[in-house]
Design a protein around this ligand. Structure first.
Ligand code: ADP
Ligand code: MG
Length: 340
């Protein structure tokens, strides 16, 4: 067995694949299939590519059935489910708001004014879309700009994992930016290690290490992508109910889940729900999540442990430096742009 490390550009950031495979494996072929898997996701789900299927849906007329490819149908289906289960906190109908706040594809030098929430209430995607899963079609009731950047990277990671599964590779850590998924462990039996960042603005520091076996991890944070207006920071996560960026004590949420798509969507959802509702819902749903709260200048961590944290992954919140020099350590880097 040999250790391989491949990476390349996608979604405005990079994909990475670290894996063990027989010596002399055809890395060029493996890399080509990894790239094609993520590129397919990007071509379907990017807000930045006007030719993407997502942009085609956004531009399509209302009350007409639109054909969508299988991967996109899967993701839209998951979006509507997590939307419902998170009581509207995860909502892909935020495209116009994301854009108005300067986090979307519309070019703007800077946002100088707080976008006033309009008088009308926000209509969630769950109330605006019909999905026919059997025929892979979607229909909008009203004009809406859908945004899949809160889930597309996670789904892309699942496709990377599938690529390696299909080749019989059963020890890997794959990721796009900070969203990662692990299978098996390293040949010496040690689990894959993923670094958790401190939620520091403009600086990259490691807060801890999470060890993963057969699990995906995703983080949403307020400290990588934000705008500042009149000395106040506004993050790229939108609270759909308020039609504004979230404003709560949660600096970051890391979620563990069997698929990276779900981990990614839930990290965004729990960020919106905040420490009260978010922690309560994570406990109720027996999820595995790490909430990082800002308490003045101090940081407070709340670990909600479902099955996975208890049995399969372990967390060391204060990372010992030897852990960081371990091979296979990848950094969780929330805040960069998905689907770009
Ligand atoms: P990152 O893109 O850094 O990995 P997230 O996974 O948290 O971070 O996704 C944030 C992106 O998701 C935003 O830039 C925006 O495009 C989109 N988004 C913002 N608010 C919501 C929301 N409430 N529900 C779904 N998607 C959202
Ligand atoms: Mg997300």
């Amino acid at each position: 067995m040999q250790r391989f490390s491949l990476n390349g550009k996608t979604m405005g950031t990079r994909y990475t694949a670290l894996f063990y495979a027989p010596c002399g494996s055809d890395t060029a072929a493996i890399d080509a299939s990894l790239f094609s898997a993520v590129d397919r996701v990007d071509r379907q789900m990017s807000s930045w590519n006007p030719a993407s299927d997502l942009c085609r849906i956004n531009a399509a007329p209302c009350n007409t059935w639109i054909d969508v490819p299988e991967e996109l149908a899967q993701v839209l289906d998951a979006c509507l489910k997590v939307g419902q289960q998170s009581k509207g906190a995860f909502d892909i109908a935020v495209g116009d708001l994301v854009d108005a706040w300067g986090f979307g594809p519309s070019p703007r030098a800077s946002v100088t004014q707080v976008a006033a929430p309009s008088g009308r209430a926000h209509t969630p995607a769950t109330a605006m879309l019909d999905m026919d899963r059997s025929t892979r079609r979607i229909r909008k009731h009203a004009p809406v700009t859908l945004d899949l950047s809160g889930i597309a990277k996670g789904y892309g990671v699942d496709r990377l994992a599938r690529c390696l599964d299909d080749r019989g590779i059963d020890a890997y850590l794959v990721g796009i930016d900070g969203e990662m998924r692990a299978r098996g462990s390293k040949p010496d039996g040690t689990p894959w290690a993923v670094a958790i960042e401190k939620p520091t603005f403009g600086k990259r520091e490691v807060a801890g290490v999470m060890e993963l076996r057969d699990m995906a991890i995703a983080t949403s944070g307020d400290y990588r992508r934000w705008i500042e207006i009149d000395g106040r920071r506004y993050s790229h996560t939108i609270d759909p109910a308020r039609r504004q960026p979230v404003s709560n004590r949660v600096a970051a949420v890391t979620v563990l889940a069997p698929t990276c798509m779900l981990a990614d969507a839930w990290a965004t959802a729990l960020m919106v729900l905040g420490e009260g509702e978010g922690i309560a819902l994570a406990r109720e749903r027996i999820m595995d999540a790490l909430f990082v709260l800002r308490d003045g200048d101090r940081i407070q961590e709340v670990l909600v442990g479902g099955d996975q944290l208890a049995s399969r992954a372990c967390v060391s919140v204060r990372a010992a430096s030897p852990a960081l020099s371990r091979p296979g350590l990848h950094s969780v880097r929330p805040g960069s742009r998905a689907g770009k």
